[in-house]
Design a protein around this ligand. Sequence first.
Ligand code: DQA
Length: 148
Amino acid sequence: MLKILVIHGPNLLLLGKRETHIYGDMTLDDINRDLLKKADELGCSLDIIQRDDEGSIVSLIGVAQADGLLINPAAYTHTSVAIADAILSMAKPAVEVHLSNIYKRESWRHHSYVAPVVTGQISGLGADGYILGLEFLIKTLSSQERPT
Ligand code: DQA
């Protein structure tokens, strides 16, 4: 069974209370519940983790035994060479998700250190971005698994 590591970065535990005009009303538990439901439908398993500190995120990616990565690096998107390097080392299909459209916001949010090292980025589709990212990863990984 394919396994996807899902990482939620700093302050995402506050979803539902935090700047709801930007991030919406869904809590992180709501998002995770929908992801687990979708994983069930797709027949894959998920390891879902939220961390506020950069070092833990780097370490988790470093030891990951997963086939793919779905990550919202949150504020570390715009600062973390270390997380980008960890994703490079993992060398698996990876999708970067942002609830908000980072390109419509402050200019310092327009740069992502993660974008050049992931398969692709979804930005601005709210919680649907996580579901679409998961569907993409399973589709991609399943086609890689198919014997040629
Ligand atoms: C975010 C966008 C980031 O700029 C911000 O720091 C976050 C959340 C998003 O999901 O839209 O914490 O990654």
